[in-house]
Write a protein that binds this ligand. Structure first.
Ligand code: ZN
Length: 674
């Protein structure tokens, strides 16, 4: 086997993969998959003869391409990037064709109507059902004369979405501000150093500020110069609107996208785009989501009002700000936070050295899920990547995972979990799952271990939660194994669930150790961290609800083209739920990329929806003891192990013994009903 990308006998041979392996492997696998498609055309519509052969071919393609994408994300160098970009369109084209393959859709329908169907396992019936839904939602069932129109809508929507984000980016990049010494007061040294460096790069004197978050946000939080904050806020809040360059105005794009989404939904036989968006999700109807959001808004409101009143009073008394303008909020909040909870990330970090954190986290899940984690070896892309095995009580291998913790120039930002191999049955044997955990934490300096902030620790727990969902699955078919087939609005349950343990004294007590003195985290510092956790949580929750409500109404009860605009709808939503109302010239929708250029249209509510589930699931641990192995076993069996083999609502009910309730989320957010 001289092309490592074509070796599927075991773990990926990362260290041997070269850019020149990519094209031959991908072309070979695409040809193989297309040949299987052709040969299954005439095959009977049974699982073994029609579904399985293509699943196998697709798995090989996904695994090989997954290795290339992974390397592109973590070791991005020009030759590999070139190979990636050259092959990406071929792979994308294949998946698009497959999604629109009506002959295959017909065959799935025949399978679903055949006597064999009832003899399939529940997991396989669910896979067939999910595939049929995918086909239907991509227009496979439409009459032949309607299909071209449907395809044209999808194409136009794709280009609108691309143009929307280009406009936001261009408008963001167009604004630069160079300030002199008189205006820098309050801004922290590290921010100023970066601002100075970028001014020097441009050959300018002074400090350069932009609308990109790492520059914009600290200026809004710390700059004492109120006029500076106002300028930055105004520029940011009016990006890609009628107040800027007409070519970059997203207003007409928003109107057009809403019209097209509505038309596509009608063609599929649904009342609204929101109704279509919810078909593969856990939530059932737009009305259910609206009621959920409004209920949460009603409960959060008194706390948001309290937060706002407190902030106003502090701003008046301590900062001399008689009115609290939109550009004062981050600034006043930061000052208030500092006056209330005076501890620094730096202080907390000393108690979270890497090894302590990693093995503390492993020990927690070992106890909860009755597994053993041990270090092992594998071929990797970087010398400091580590590899671990998960084994059961009987010492049988359950899964393996790579941990790539440190930031590198060649690594994509953020933190994420990815799957390398999915669990499935192969003849008599089980193919065990393999996962990637990727973070961007600071690497060790000198001979001191890497130190993590508490936020870093939460991020690590979050991604490990996704990882455990992938690794502890017991599903035997790829289509529903791990996170495959799990509804979009439920997939963050296991990850957000894990975050809760980072706020638990019994967990932190045994996973912290001062890097020099060896002492555990002092209880008093922990108490201050907990108190700061819910600082302004009422305001934060209402803000998320405002966005989610706007998104859901925009795609359900709003009638595009009937005179009203998206902006007017947002004003209405704000009158309903907002406590702090932005200025009338704020054009937030024009840069709301989540719903106009991302996958979140009629789906923004998912953040809060999944948080209710994860908080409520965790509350059972609070009732039985957070380290209770029996509850852990139940979580493993009913949530993690089942993956996508059944609807998430069923899994939740099986674990919790009842429907989800919002109480735990409110309590965790410091919003206990009075
Ligand atoms: Zn996540």
């Amino acid at each position: 086997m001289n092309n490592p990308l074509l070796d599927f006998t075991g773990l990926p041979r990362f260290a041997e993969i070269r850019p020149e392996h990519v094209a031959p492997a991908i072309e070979h696998l695409l040809a193989e998959a297309r040949a299987v498609l052709k040969s299954t055309d005439a095959a009977p519509a049974t699982w073994d003869q029609f579904v399985e052969p293509l699943e196998d071919a697709n798995e090989r393609l996904s695994r090989a391409w997954g290795q290339v994408s992974h390397l592109h994300a973590v070791m991005d160098a020009p030759p590999l990037r070139e190979a990636y970009n050259a092959n990406l369109p071929k792979v994308t084209r294949y998946w698009t064709e497959l999604g629109q393959d009506t002959a295959r859709f017909e065959k799935y329908r025949v399978l679903a109507a055949s006597p064999e169907y009832s003899r399939l396992s529940a997991a396989r019936r669910r896979i067939a059902g999910l595939r049929l839904t995918d086909f239907r939602l991509s227009g496979a069932e439409l009459p032949a004369e309607v299909k071209p129109r449907y395809a044209a809508i999808q194409e136009e929507l794709a280009s609108l979405s691309a143009k929307f984000s280009e406009n936001v980016l261009d408008a963001t990049n167009a604004f630069l501000l160079f300030i002199d010494e008189k205006r820098i007061s309050g801004i922290p040294q590290d921010v100023l150093a970066a601002a100075r460096e970028s001014a020097v790069k441009d050959g300018k004197p002074g400090w350069k500020f932009t609308l990109h978050m790492p520059s914009y946000w600290p200026a809004m939080q710390y700059a004492d110069d109120r006029a500076l904050r106002e300028t930055l806020y105004r520029e940011s809040a009016t990006r890609a609107s009628e107040f800027g360059k007409p070519d970059w105005d997203n207003t007409p794009l928003i109107a057009r996208a809403l019209e097209l989404r509505r038309e596509a939904a009608r063609l599929l036989g649904y009342a609204s785009y929101a109704a279509v968006s919810l078909v593969p999700k856990m939530a059932d109807t737009p009305a259910q989501v609206l009621a959920f959001l409004r209920d949460l808004a009603r409960r959060a409101r008194p706390f948001a009002e309290r937060d706002a009143a407190e902030l106003r009073q502090f701003a008046r008394a301590e900062l001399g700000l008689e009115t609290l303008e939109a550009w004062d909020l981050a600034y006043a909040s930061e000052k208030l936070r500092k006056s209330r909870f005076d501890f620094s990330d730096h202080e907390v970090k000393q108690y979270f050295p890497e090894t302590q954190v990693l093995w503390g986290m492993f020990r927690l899940v070992q106890d909860l899920y009755q597994i053993r984690i041990s270090q092992a070896t594998a071929s990797t892309w970087q010398e400091d990547v580590r590899f671990f095995e998960v084994r059961g009580g009987d010492n049988a291998l359950i899964g393996q995972f790579y941990v790539d913790l440190y930031a590198r120039e060649t690594k994509r930002g953020g933190a994420w979990m990815d799957d390398a191999i999915g669990r499935r049955r192969r003849e008599a044997a089980i193919q065990t799952p393999v996962a990637h955990l990727n973070c961007n934490f600071p690497r060790p300096v000198g001979d001191r271990p890497a130190l993590f902030t508490h936020d870093d620790v939460i991020t690590l727990f979050h991604e490990f939660g996704h990882g455990l969902h992938h690794l502890l699955t017991r599903a035997e078919d790829l289509g529903v194994s791990g996170i495959n087939g799990v509804e979009w609005d439920a997939v963050e349950l296991p990850s957000q669930f894990m975050e809760n343990f980072c706020w638990e004294w019994s967990v932190l007590e045994r996973m912290t150790r001062h890097v020099d003195s060896g002492a555990p985290l002092p209880r008093a510092l922990f108490d201050r961290m907990r108190a700061a956790k819910n600082f302004q949580s009422g305001l934060a929750m209402l803000r998320q609800i405002e966005f989610a409500l706007f998104d859901m109404r925009l795609h359900s009860d709003f009638e595009p083209g009937a005179g009203g605009s998206a902006r007017e709808l947002l004003d209405e939503v704000r009158r309903e739920v907002a406590v702090l109302v932005p200025p009338a010239w704020n054009r937030f929708p024009n840069s709301f990329s989540h719903i106009f250029a991302g996958g979140y249209a009629a789906g923004y509510y998912s953040y809060k929806w999944a948080e209710v589930l994860s908080a409520d699931a965790y509350s059972l641990f609070e009732e039985t003891g957070v380290l209770d192995a029996e509850t852990g076993g139940r979580f493993r069996d009913q949530i993690l192990a089942v993956g996508g083999t059944r609807p998430a609502a069923d899994s939740f009910r099986a674990f919790r013994g009842r429907e989800p309730r919002v109480d735990a989320l409110l309590r965790h957010s410091g919003m206990i009903p009075p």
